[in-house]
Design a protein around this ligand. Structure first.
Ligand SMILES: Cc1cc2nc3c(=O)[nH]c(=O)nc-3n(C[C@H](O)[C@H](O)[C@H](O)COP(=O)(O)O)c2cc1C
Length: 154
């Protein structure tokens, strides 16, 4: 399977997990590629109307993993804009994960995942897996390990 790991990451936490995920697929029957969504502005956190610069094309991937940070107890608006702009995810297997600073997933992570599921399902995706990494949790490394184990079954 040709797997696209599509990530937006402002401070590289989410990107670091995406790269670990890519390594999980080394020496398997799958090919995994990490592609970054970028914005025209260098600081999208203060941008009221976010403009995307690099907009990865998903059409050639059989399965997709979308990864984003949580902003303001919600899905980061950059990922929201990107997902909303996708033409179709019809019939594609999709897994989703977010990273957040706070220790508890009810502090934005759960909501962000729900938002991602809703958009992806509206584009025809089959949701295979979801995950949350709480960056300040003492269990962070275990959470990442579990996410990798779970997502490699995509
Ligand atoms: C504008 C902004 C808002 C944020 N809001 C939240 C939040 O509501 N809850 C939370 O747990 N972390 C929040 N964070 C922290 C990020 O979710 C966390 O640091 C994440 O791992 C960053 O991922 P990145 O390095 O891939 O950008 C926020 C960060 C920024 C920049």
């Amino acid at each position: 399977m040709n797997i696209g790991i599509i990530v937006f990451s402002h401070t590289n936490n989410t990107f670091s997990v995406a790269n670990k995920l890519k390594e999980v697929f080394y020496n398997t029957a799958h090919t995994a590629t990490v592609e970054r969504i970028t914005t025209a502005s260098r600081n999208p956190t203060v941008e009221p109307d976010i403009k995307l610069k690099d907009i990865p094309d998903v059409s050639n991937y059989d399965a997709l993993i979308f990864a984003s940070p949580v902003w303001a107890f919600s899905l980061c608006p950059v990922m929201k804009k990107y997902l909303n702009g996708l033409a179709s995810l019809n019939g594609k297997k999709v897994a989703l994960f977010v990273t957040q600073q706070l220790r508890f997933s009810w502090m934005g992570g759960n909501r962000a995942i729900k938002q991602m599921i809703k958009i992806c399902q509206s584009k025809g995706a089959n949701i295979a897996n979801t995950g949350i990494v709480n960056w300040s949790s003492k269990n962070k490394e275990e959470q990442i390990h579990n996410l990798l184990e779970c997502f490699k079954k995509i």
